[in-house]
Design a protein around this ligand. Sequence first.
Ligand SMILES: [Ca+2]
Ligand SMILES: [Ca+2]
Ligand SMILES: [Ca+2]
Length: 606
Amino acid sequence: MKKKLLGFLSLIVILALFRLPLMAGKSAPATWTPSDKLVAAYYFYWYNIYTGEHFITPDGSDYITNHPPDSYLANYSYTEVSWHRRELLDMMTAQIDIVLPVYFGNEESFFWSKSGLQNLVSATQSLMDEGRTPPKIGMFFDTNALLQQNNGIPPDLTTETGKAHFYNMISDFFALVPNNLWATINNRPIVFLYSSTIVSAYDQSTFDYINQHFQADFGTMPYIVRDTSWQGVSTDEAYSWGSALYGPTTNGRVGTLGPGFDNTALANYLGSAPGIRDRACGEFYNSGWEAMMSAGVNLVVIETWSELHEATEIAASREYGTKYISLTAENVLRWKATDYGTLPYIWLDFGKRPYQQGLQPAINFPDGAWLVTTLAGREAAYPDVTTTPTSHFIYLDVNDAFAHATPRDVWVTIEYFDGGSDQWSFQYDSVSDPYAQSESVVLQDTGQWKRHTFHLTDAYFGGREAGAADLRLTDNDWVDGKVNYFGRIWISRSELDNQAPDLAEINDVALMVGQVIEIPVSMSDPDGDSILLTLDRDLDFTTFTDNGDGTGILRLAPTGSDVQPCPYLIRVIATDAGKPSLADAVSLRVDILTSDRFLPLVIRQE
Ligand SMILES: [Ca+2]
Ligand SMILES: [Ca+2]
Ligand SMILES: [Ca+2]
């Protein structure tokens, strides 16, 4: 009896081993770990050009706000392996590691879901057979499917039936996807779980059930990343849906961002008001990536690869061509190369367009709203005391790779405007107190920018302040009732034996196609260091000359091909030769106009 049981158990072990993801394509690892930097994207594959599904509404109108490129239309259908293949190749160009197909299960109502997934699997497998490295496949569990499969009744996931139904969606998905194609972290397949709002009840036993059954069926447990609407339960990670519309988010190791949002086509059909987040010619997306780079996230999920109803796609489109594929690739490579874990300091330059290098503004509610003005040639951030409740704080988040939840010595240097005779301070997450009070700095009313360095011997930066912040600047309103103005902040591992240079502000400009403008750039350095001047991006119509003496010329010479419907955002960065080298950044907006704007727009009627 015992022998038989042992034999049976070892068979289970062998099966379990067999279930582990096998070695995948030539360069892809068999599994990732939580410290790998990974980029995932939600893959909506419900389109069928042949039948018009998800292209045309039942009343015959356009169902999608953005559209596939004309050259992609011929086979744009989940029924075509060749269509999935082209999307996968585009994802590879975009540097996507993980594709998250939206899964609905249920063949009768959502006949695209399983058959489309099978075609994605075929396309992925054939790319791997060719020695390529297509994205690995994770699950995007669209919980709306549960509602629809339950006759529109919100399911109760605390019952045996509800749990089984919930689990079957996951096990069906991973039965359809061979385990050598699974996107895994520590050998556990990744599941992004959409909102809980359609569920009537759930608790931790819902997730325990999934883990137990998945372990029994597949020899491992899923790596569940749940939407933050699932409250009071614990999973591996959490994320927040909605970043394409509301802006980027971070939850621990997971970051989300999107290129913009516009569901006009859908709203027209439903007779509702559309939600719109302007793409601002890519700047909304770029600023999301800047937030990802500065934050300590390791798993970034892009919302979305191909949701055309809501126009959140970064895939090729008629509207944008392959622009967002290129933008994604550039940003992913830059993000993966960014590591604050070994740098001597992090810093932040406040402004309308903050320059964040491992230190970034955190939440701004309920008492952390702030505004920007310009004082003595520098952009200044200050608490917005007009809010309810009144804001007297500016919350900041320290990059977790730089410092997180470990006692340490740090030096904090804060640049402030010395106007008036009041005072300010900050409160930081220390070993013993999440709001440890710094000494206060009393102003001397010189009307100049000054810097003050604090040595903290008990910094903890565990994100235990409101909104997971690590410190917050305050205007000491409780003492003097007067706001204070802040410029740059540096947090360093040892005392900085150098002062940062100061770049003079540059005005925004508007110019015509064919016009040439030369903008002088100048800076000074308190230590007299030599300075390198650079631009943060390479644009066709800009040339930058560094005179090598702390001055430079930004030359703008736009042609017709540079015209776009929104301004370009350009940053000039001055980096000194001190040790460590420190920097300053200024931003300007450049509007390129065509002569059309100057044609008479009003015709006088007599
Ligand atoms: Ca942090
Ligand atoms: Ca004050
Ligand atoms: Ca210097």
